[in-house]
Design a protein around this ligand. Sequence first.
Ligand SMILES: Cc1cc2nc3c(=O)[nH]c(=O)nc-3n(C[C@H](O)[C@H](O)[C@H](O)COP(=O)(O)O)c2cc1C
Length: 221
Amino acid sequence: MEYLFVPYQPQRLSPQTMAAKAHSLYQLMDGRRSVRQFSDDPVPRELIDLAVATASTAPSGAHRQPWKFVVVGAAETKAAIRSAAEAEEKENYEGGRLPPDWLEALAPLGTDWRKPFLETAPWLVVVFEERYGVDADGAKRHNYYVKESVGIACGLFIAALHNMGLATLTHTPSPMRFLSKLLGRPDNERPFVLFPVGYPAADCVVPDLERKPLSEVLIEN
Ligand SMILES: Cc1cc2nc3c(=O)[nH]c(=O)nc-3n(C[C@H](O)[C@H](O)[C@H](O)COP(=O)(O)O)c2cc1C
C-alpha cells in the first residue's frame, strides 16, 4: 500500500505580524465567557454548520475524528432535553448526589438544577464521542485517544462560536446517558458535552471570575 504525501508550506509571517496576531487572538479569547442566560433571537443554521466544520478540523488520534455533533433546533426536542437534564441535575444539586466540596466549588457560579437556557437558546449542539468506529461490514474499528481528540474539537468549536460573536456554555448535565436515547444515537457513541448556542440575553450576567496568571500555568523548565 502506498500512502500519499502533499506539500505543506504555510506562509511564514514577519515577527511583527506574528506578535500582532498572537495578541489579537489572546484578547479575543480572553473576552470569552460561559453564558447561562440566552436570548431566543434566531441564529442562522449555516453559522452552526461552520462552527462544526471548524471543530472537525481538530487533530485526532490516528486521524479517526471520533466525534459527532448533533444539532437540535426543534422546540419539542429542546423541551425534552431540558426536562431530562433538570431531573438529573435536581438529583445532583438537591438529592445528595454531588458531594459537599463539589457544591461548594460550584457556589460562586450561582448554578442550580434549573436549566431554562436549554429551551431559550435557539440551538443545542450535543457532542458525542465515538468510542469505536463501525466499518461498512459492521466490524468494530478501534479509535485512539478519544477523549483528548473530542476535547480538542470542542475547544475549536467554542473558539469558532466566540469568534463569530455567539455565546455558548460547556454543559455536562451528569449523567448524560439520556441524551443518547432522546437523540437516537447508536451504542458506539457516548454523550460528551452539550452546548447551548445563541446570543446572550439582554440582561445576561456572568460570575466575576479571574483567570490564573501566566506565572501559575506556564512552567519554565
Ligand atoms: C468539562 C466542563 C464541564 C462544565 N460543565 C458545566 C455545567 O454542567 N454547567 C455549567 O453551568 N457550567 C459548566 N462548565 C462551565 C464552567 O463552569 C466555566 O467554564 C468556568 O466557570 C469558567 O468560566 P468561563 O467559561 O466563563 O471562563 C463546564 C466547563 C467544562 C470545561
